[in-house]
Design a protein around this ligand. Sequence first.
Ligand SMILES: [Zn+2]
Length: 131
Amino acid sequence: MTNLTDSQRDELAGRLAARRQTLRAEVQRELANSDDPRIVGFKNELAATEDWVLADILADLDIAMVTRDIAELAEVEAALARIDDGSYGTCSDCGQPIGWPRLNAQPTAERCIACQEKREVRSGRPGHPTL
Ligand SMILES: [Zn+2]
């Protein structure tokens, strides 16, 4: 259940898809410039693959310079998957619709503000600016 209009959802989907392209390009560029021996073996596969299964492998390698991009990429992919399966815009914890202002500011948001804040208190992570 979501309170987004079709055009709002389409706009966010477009922005997420664009962000995915940017992040993929960024990761590939960073890897291409790396001489980390763990990466060298992946370079050809990365250049050749359109499906992004290697992201999991790269995440496991925990390569500092791409870790943040990979993490964001995973969030973007997850959001796009939720758009596909129709669960996008619904809080994964309480099932309430996530408001347009929050999604507009953070299209990868998976939870409503209340649930996100609860999680951050529990996990002890510093809070993100919320909307
Ligand atoms: Zn919630």
